[in-house]
Ligand binder design. Structure first.
Ligand code: HEM
Ligand code: HEM
Length: 223
């Protein structure tokens, strides 16, 4: 089974592309995480009241699927290595890109887990629902004394804020690097992360991207 999955994915990764599963994980989670960031900070500006509680419930309902997806995505990445692309040859820049990928995974787990801990530590926890539909249990903090629960709340809140601000820092770096590789260096890295678009002019079978012309470098032979 695993070998079959690997050989299916290799058809994509051998061409410098993420598999359709990897691409789906990437864009679904990118959308959810960006929504969560915007919504989370927006809630911070809301006045206290029923609307704010409802907004937190939306925040939790959208955030918990990120935890489920993170487990699936990490499992997938451990089983199926990503492709080797042009951007993997760039020494320290490549190391920074990999470090940012690890930090994303830290946030994928850390934010929902600390959010869950915050809900579970307050005295009268409201119900939690995965995607607003499937009931989600509280963490077993109800036997703890109230001081310990508030201490958990404080730590979880600090870590949650820290990770949210970490994302505010690294998302623009990540997106900026992807765009720079694509438009400036003319690397294949962004193409490897977007769904394949049928290309009727392509002689290799009509469903692959055309290779890109390398960017002309000043002083290079042949322009
Ligand atoms: C990747 C997923 C998530 C992201 C990006 C995220 C982001 C944020 C942001 C930006 C804030 C506002 C921080 C501030 O005001 O400085 C926030 C607050 C909060 N989030 Fe999340 N969140 C995520 C997942 C969750 C989940 C799954 C839950 C609950 C199960 C949750 C519960 C909370 C709570 C209770 C607060 C209020 C904290 C406070 O200021 O007292 N979050 N989140
Ligand atoms: C919206 C604009 C975005 C663009 C254009 C973009 C582009 C890319 C590209 C081209 C790669 C492949 C990098 C490589 O193989 O070296 C990649 C990987 C990755 N991106 Fe993004 N990305 C975007 C948003 C995001 C966001 C918002 C997140 C986090 C929530 C994210 C998380 C990741 C992760 C974790 C990887 C590593 C590959 C994996 O484990 O699946 N990206 N991205």
């Amino acid at each position: 089974m695993i070998d079959a999955l690997r050989s299916w994915a290799r058809k994509h990764t051998d061409e410098g592309r993420y598999s359709p599963v990897g691409i789906t994980f990437h864009w679904v989670m990118a959308f959810l995480v960006l929504f969560q960031l915007g919504w989370g900070f927006y809630i911070g500006f809301m006045g206290v009241g029923g609307d704010k509680l409802a907004a937190y419930q939306v925040h939790s309902a959208v955030g918990l699927p990120i935890l489920v997806l993170a487990v699936g995505r990490l499992g997938w990445r451990l089983l199926i290595p990503g492709p080797h692309n042009d951007a993997d040859e760039q020494g320290v820049q490549t190391q920074i890109a990999y470090a940012i990928h690890y930090l994303f995974y830290l946030a994928f787990f850390g934010l929902p887990l600390t959010g869950w801990a915050m809900w579970s530590s307050v005295a009268e926890p409201g119900p939690l629902y995965l995607a607003g539909l499937v009931p989600w249990p509280q963490l077993p903090f109800d036997q703890l004394d109230i001081a310990t629960r508030w201490a958990i709340m404080d730590v979880a809140e600090d870590v949650h804020h820290l990770l949210a601000w970490l994302l505010v820092l690294i998302v623009p770096l990540h997106v900026g690097a992807a765009l720079k590789h694509h438009f400036w260096d003319r690397h294949d890295v962004l193409r490897g992360m977007i769904p394949e678009i049928p290309d009727s002019e392509d002689p290799r079978g009509g469903h692959r991207h055309k290779p890109r012309e390398p960017r002309a470098r000043p002083g290079s032979a042949g322009g």
